[in-house]
Design a protein around this ligand. Sequence first.
Ligand code: H2B
Length: 127
Amino acid sequence: MKKPNYVVLTKDAIQSWTKNANASAASIGIWSHSRRPSSYGETDFLHANYEFKTFKDTWKFLNKVADGANSLKHHPTITTTYNKVEFLLTTHDVGHRVTNMDIELAEAIRKEFHPFDKEVDKPAFEK
Ligand SMILES: C[C@H](O)[C@H](O)[C@H]1CNC2=NC(N)=NC(=O)C2=N1
């Protein structure tokens, strides 16, 4: 399969994206950039946690994300338990760095979350 032209992003470029993305988020769906050792060596990734009202909503969302990832040909690492979802986004093809494709996928995830955003009870001070 043909691979996209990946652009490995600088720390500053990633930071400016997370800052902008998080400006409109409350406590759910905050994106951050981290680096940690893994079995592949150092791994750079974008990270976020999401929360839903029900298990059913969680999987409605996850199925949309799966469709989006398939279209983009870029796939997230997902950990999910009941109403919680954790994403790790990194680009394997360039040695586990954060690229333009991770940002595109993160944007697709953020978009899919919109219909669910209002449903989750937020602490009173955030309402
Ligand atoms: C050929 C195909 O597009 C590539 O193997 C894609 C598939 N999905 C991918 N997903 C992620 N997260 N990183 C990749 O490097 C990657 N590569």
